[in-house]
Design a protein around this ligand. Structure first.
Ligand code: AMP
Ligand code: MG
Length: 337
C-alpha cells in the first residue's frame, strides 16, 4: 500500500508578479503571507487598503485572518463537530449557532445535488481511510452497512445552539466545505479591518474581493490535473470564489488501483467519475462544496447541474489514459487565453 499526503494545488496564481508594486504609507503592495493551516498552504494577498491600515498594520490584519481560519478549523474538525460526532445516538451537544447554520447549509447543498455532496459521509470516509496509513479496500458487507448508516443519519437542531446527531456511529464530515467557509470568513475579517482588495487562497480554493488599484481583473490559472507544471485554463474574474476538487489532491494505491479521497455516496466507494472539477461562485463555501459534488456526478451530469443552477464549471475525466474536458458556456466566457 502506498499513501500520499494531501497536496492541494488546484489553482495556480499567475498574475501577482505581473501587477507591479505600489506603495501605501511605507508598505509596498501586494503583500503576501503564507501559513500551513487546515492541512494545506494558505496564502493571503493584500492589494489595497484604506487609511485604517497605514504602515505595517496590514500585517496585523493578515494575522487576524489566519487566526480566524484556525478558529474555523477548530470548530469544524477538532472541537465542536468532533464532540457532536462523539455523542451521536447518546445525547445532544451545544455546538453553537454558527456550526448549526453551516451544517444546515451543507444539507441544503446535499439536496440540490441529489446527494452527490453529503455532510454525513464520515463513516464512509473512515471506512476507506484514503490518504491515511489505514487505507484499505473494505468488503461489500461493510460498504452496505456504512451506506445504511449514512441513510439513517439525522441531524436535529434543538434550538439555536444545541443539536443532536443520530444514530450512534453516525458522523458528520465537513472536509468538502469547511475550507471554503474558512476562506470566506478570512475575507470578511480582512474587509472589516480595512483591506479594500485582496485574495485568500487555501489549496484548491480561493476568493478574491475588491478592485485592484490598476483596475485589472484577477487572473487565476486552473491546474492541469495530470501535470502540476501546466494549467488547464486561465480565467479572469473581478470578484468571487473559485474552487477545484481533484483526484490528485489525496489518494491511496491499493491492490494495484488508485483511489481518490472523494467518495461516491451511492457506490460507497471512491469516485472515479472525474479527475478534476472547478466551479466559480459568489462564496468559497459554496464553490468548495459544489466542486466536490460535481466531481462525483462526472463531467456530463456535473456541467448540466451547473448550468441548471447557473454557475460556471470546468470538468475533466479520463478514459484509457485520455483526458476529456467539458466546460459550461459561462465558464468559456471567463477564459482569458
Ligand atoms: P474536496 O477536496 O473539497 O473535494 O473535499 C474532499 C473531502 O470531503 C474528503 O477528504 C472527505 O473528507 C470529504 N468528502 C468525500 N466525499 C464527499 C462527498 N461525496 N460529500 C461530502 N464530502 C465528501
Ligand atoms: Mg470541496
Amino acid at each position: 500500500m502506498k499513501t500520499f499526503p494531501s497536496r492541494s494545488t488546484g489553482l495556480l496564481l499567475l498574475a501577482l508578479s505581473l501587477l507591479g508594486t505600489f506603495a501605501v504609507g511605507c508598505t509596498r503592495y501586494p503583500v503576501t503571507e503564507t501559513l500551513s493551516l487546515m492541512g494545506t498552504e494558505v496564502s493571503i494577498t493584500v492589494q489595497d487598503v484604506d487609511e485604517r491600515l497605514k504602515g505595517r498594520l496590514v500585517y496585523a490584519a493578515i494575522d487576524s485572518a489566519f487566526v480566524e481560519i484556525e478558529r474555523i478549523e477548530d470548530l469544524c474538525k477538532w472541537n465542536e463537530l468532533s464532540k457532536l460526532n462523539g455523542y451521536a445516538g447518546y445525547k445532544d451537544y451545544q455546538i453553537g449557532s454558527e456550526l448549526i447554520r453551516l451544517i444546515n447549509h451543507a444539507y441544503d447543498i446535499s439536496a440540490k445535488t441529489e446527494g452527490a455532496f453529503r455532510p454525513d459521509t464520515g463513516p464512509l470516509v473512515d471506512l476507506w481511510g484514503i490518504g491515511t496509513d489505514q487505507a484499505r479496500i473494505p468488503n461489500l458487507l461493510e460498504i452496505d452497512y456504512t451506506i445504511e448508516l449514512m441513510n439513517s443519519t439525522t441531524f436535529t437542531p434543538l434550538d439555536s445552539v444545541n443539536a443532536r446527531l443520530d444514530p450512534s456511529r453516525a458522523k458528520l464530515e465537513l472536509g468538502a466545505i469547511a475550507k471554503g467557509y474558512a476562506v470566506d470568513r478570512a475575507c470578511e475579517v480582512l474587509m472589516d479591518l480595512g483591506v479594500k482588495a485582496g485574495m485568500v487562497w487555501a489549496g484548491g480554493d480561493l476568493r478574491v474581493f475588491g478592485a485592484k488599484p490598476d483596475g485589472s481583473p484577477w487572473r487565476i490559472a486552473v491546474r492541469h490535473p495530470r501535470d502540476p507544471e501546466k494549467y488547464l485554463r486561465v480565467i479572469e474574474i473581478r470578484e468571487g470564489a473559485v474552487a477545484t476538487s481533484g483526484d490528485y489532491e489525496r489518494f491511496s494505491e491499493l491492490e494495484g488501483g488508485r483511489y481518490c479521497h472523494i467518495m461516491d455516496p451511492w457506490e460507497g466507494a471512491p469516485s472515479r467519475a472525474s479527475i478534476s472539477s472547478t466551479v466559480v461562485m459568489e462564496t468559497c463555501m459554496d464553490a468548495d462544496a459544489y466542486a466536490t459534488a460535481l466531481f462525483v456526478l462526472g463531467p456530463t451530469e456535473g456541467t448540466q447541474l451547473a448550468d441548471y443552477l447557473g454557475f460556471p464549471a470546468l470538468m475533466a475525466d479520463e478514459e484509457g489514459g485520455k483526458m476529456h474536458v467539458v466546460e459550461t458556456e459561462s465558464f468559456k466566457s471567463l477564459v482569458s487565453e
